[in-house]
Design a protein around this ligand. Structure first.
Ligand SMILES: C[S@@+](CC[C@H](N)C(=O)[O-])C[C@H]1O[C@@H](n2cnc3c(N)ncnc32)[C@H](O)[C@@H]1O
Length: 251
């Protein structure tokens, strides 16, 4: 049986803790690479030996090392152009927590808070992250109520990494429709802007290499400045990118 996306994301393996062989088989079957699902800077055998575990849905949904490192490097380059020296990183859709792991590596001195509303994903990821000893608080909560008790210092840069479940938002012909993710990306950006009004903000939104043009125009109209990156890490058609937008300041 192939360890494909649908089996892990929607099928019997969605909430199953995968064995090392299953993680490697998914990498081989989908990307011809047994190390494809590398997270926390570790190849699957190293991670497994350390005690890192992963559910089926997270193996598919995670922002794996190569991509998370590329995004975090670009976020750090932009953040370094902001006058603020203190940084709060927020990941409202933590999943494995791998992106926040890379953001903390690249953004010197940052502190971080992350939310995950699937208790089974939370359980596995919080145990994994405890092995890594990071300045990170992961909470099992829906992100809007979670955000309500997050405090940013005056002038502190709030950097949010936004990778909501895509659900059915990706159309192979038209690309990723940012209005159809669950929830829509603009509504998440608005929630942050309302909550951290007055602070400089930076949003990094994980996107597919193709983005539905109207949804892109709509989203970037909320930013004072933005960069659109595509990372050519996979075969054409399988790549991801990032939209990195500033609110309340410009580089
Ligand atoms: C696409 S995955 C994010 C993957 C993550 N970037 C990583 O590296 O693993 C989205 C995650 O957000 C969680 N999620 C979805 N809606 C949420 C919400 N409203 N609040 C908090 N977490 C949510 C899902 O359970 C899932 O684990």
């Amino acid at each position: 049986m192939p360890y494909d996306r649908d089996l892990l994301l929607f099928g019997a393996k969605r909430h199953a803790v995968l064995g090392l062989d299953e993680i490697q088989q998914y990498g081989i079957d989908s990307y011809q690479d047994q190390d494809y699902v590398s997270i926390y800077g570790l190849r699957p055998p190293q991670a497994h030996a350390m005690g890192v575990r992963m559910l089926g849905r997270t193996a598919v949904e995670c922002t794996r090392d190569d991509l998370a490192e590329a995004i975090a490097s670009d976020v750090a380059a932009l953040a370094n152009r902001c006058a603020s020296t203190s940084r709060l990183v927020v990941d409202p859709f933590a999943g494995s927590g791998n992106t926040i792991f890379w953001l903390l590596r690249k953004l010197a001195g940052a502190r971080a808070v992350a939310f995950e509303n699937d208790p089974l994903v939370y359980d596995v990821s919080s145990k994994n992250l405890a092995l890594l000893n990071l300045p990170l608080r992961l909470e099992c909560i829906d992100f809007p109520p979670g955000l309500e008790h997050v405090r940013a210092a005056p002038g502190e840069l709030v950097a949010a990494f936004i990778a909501p479940p895509w659900g059915r938002a990706l159309d192979v012909r038209l690309g990723l429709d940012l209005r159809r993710t669950e929830p829509p990306v603009v509504s998440i950006v608005k929630e942050f802007v309302r909550r951290f009004d007055g602070n400089p903000m930076l949003f990094a939104i994980q996107v597919h290499e193709r983005v539905e043009p109207e949804s892109l125009t709509d989203l970037v109209s909320h930013f004072d400045a933005f960069e659109h990156k595509v990372y050519e890490l996979n075969r054409a058609g399988q790549n991801h990118g990032a939209l990195i937008g500033c609110v309340g300041w410009s580089p």
